[in-house]
Structure formats: C-alpha cells, structure tokens
Design a binder for this molecule. Structure first.
Ligand SMILES: Nc1ncnc2c1ncn2[C@@H]1O[C@H](COP(=O)(O)OP(=O)(O)OP(=O)(O)O)[C@@H](O)[C@H]1O
Length: 211
C-alpha cells in the first residue's frame, strides 16, 4: 500500500535516511529503532511534511509531489510531541482539521468520546497536560477516511484506560475501514495487544524488515 523507490532524506546536506526499495503491505506495522535513528524523519517524510528525493507511492497511485492534496487526504499523522497554538481548543482544531480531512458526520463526536477529549472540549490547549495533548493529536489523526495513519509514540503519556480504547480504535479502523497503521514505540511490550503485520527496524540510515 506504500512503496518507496530511491528515497533519500537529508538535513542540511547530511543524509539520515536511504531507502532504495521498500513496500509496506496493508496492516499494522511496528517501526522501532534507537534514539535519533530516523523514525520521526521517516514518518514526517511519509506524511508529506518534509522535502526528500525519490518517490513514495500510496496505493500504487498517489504520489506526494504529484498529488499533494489527494495524498494528504489519505495519510494522517500524529506527532510524538504534539504542539498547537495555545489559544486553540479541541473544538477549534477538530473543526478545522475535520473540514480539511472531510470528516464524515458524527465522526468527531464519536472520536472525542472514545479518546476522552470531550472532557476538555472547549479549553485552550495551552492549559493541557502532555497526556491531554496526546489525546487531541490522536483524535486528529483518525479524522476523515485515511488509508494510512502514522502514530509516532502514541502510548507515551497516555493513561492505561485510553491506551486500551486506542487499541480498540486501531483494530476497528483496520478491520472495518482497511486502514494501514505505522506505529513507533520505545517499549516493545506495549504494542503486544495489537495484531502486528510487520516489524521494521530503523538504524544506520536504513529501514529493514525484522519479521
Ligand atoms: N530538523 C532537523 N535538522 C537537522 N537534523 C535533524 C532534524 N531532525 C532530525 N534530525 C536528525 O536526524 C536524525 C534522525 O532524527 P529523528 O528525530 O528522525 O530520530 P528518531 O528515531 O525519531 O529519534 P527518537 O527515538 O529519539 O525520537 C538524528 O540524527 C537527528 O539529529
């Protein structure tokens, strides 16, 4: 569902990722690697947020530089450490992102309830704890009808109950809507409740399949 061809990503002339050829099949994938190995760079590149050279193709059709709107409509991303303008509330942000992602009727309310964002719906995000910010970022990442959702450290700072509900949501989007997930975590064991399709190791500037 996602194909990389001759992809390289550099910062100020320093190459941090080289992916000559790689195909990610539909499913739930765990992307692991040490600090600074390039996981966030990989996710931000896939999300269309960073310039790179080469080609990333979604569903054999959508390419970031050729179809930027169609591609971004289908690829959602939650940052490891989300930040939003402090004066904006979940209601403001979900309205805006929901519109750009063409969220179906009722989706925002349902996700807000499942992830517990409805508890602080109109509060300015400057007043949020890191777990509250994480819940909001996760809600935004499920909006619309994505084909691919990239979750960078989704469990960090999340309380146990919400983590369980997030796993249910991932399983549901996977089985009911054929959404593919790429997830990172520094704790292998925390993802063990999910039916993983693949495990990938990022290291030495490369991405390789583990199993
Ligand atoms: N904006 C940037 N400018 C320059 N170098 C960067 C930038 N962002 C990341 N890097 C470098 O790219 C490499 C990969 O960083 P990245 O954040 O992708 O790693 P990571 O695997 O997500 O790390 P962690 O597990 O610590 O979050 C590191 O060497 C980092 O210093």
């Amino acid at each position: 569902m996602l194909t990389f061809t001759n992809v390289t990503k550099s910062y100020s002339g320093r190459t941090v990722l080289t992916i000559p050829a790689l195909t990610v099949q539909p499913g739930i994938h765990y992307v692991r690697g040490g600090n600074g190995s390039g996981k966030t760079t990989l996710f931000r590149t896939c999300a269309g947020l960073l310039p790179f050279s080469g080609q990333i193709l979604l569903d054999n059709h959508y390419e970031i530089s050729r179809d930027p709107v169609a591609y971004r409509l289908r690829v959602n991303y939650a940052e490891a450490e989300p930040q939003y303008p402090g004066f904006l509330s979940p209601r403001d942000l979900t309205y805006f992102v929901g519109k750009t992602k063409r969220a179906p009727d009722g989706q925002i309310d349902s996700l807000a309830e499942v992830l517990g964002v409805d508890q602080f719906w109109t509060a300015p995000s400057s007043t949020f704890s890191s777990g509250m910010l994480k819940k909001l970022a996760l809600l935004l990442a499920f909006l619309g009808r994505p084909r691919l959702i990239l979750l960078d450290e989704p469990l960090t700072t999340l309380d146990r109950a919400t983590a369980g509900r997030l796993f249910d949501l991932i399983r549901r989007y996977r089985t009911e809507q054929d959404v593919t997930f790429l997830l990172t975590s520094h704790q292998d064991v925390t993802l063990s409740d999910l039916p993983l399709t693949g495990v990938w190791e990022v290291g030495g500037g490369r991405v390789s399949a583990v199993e």
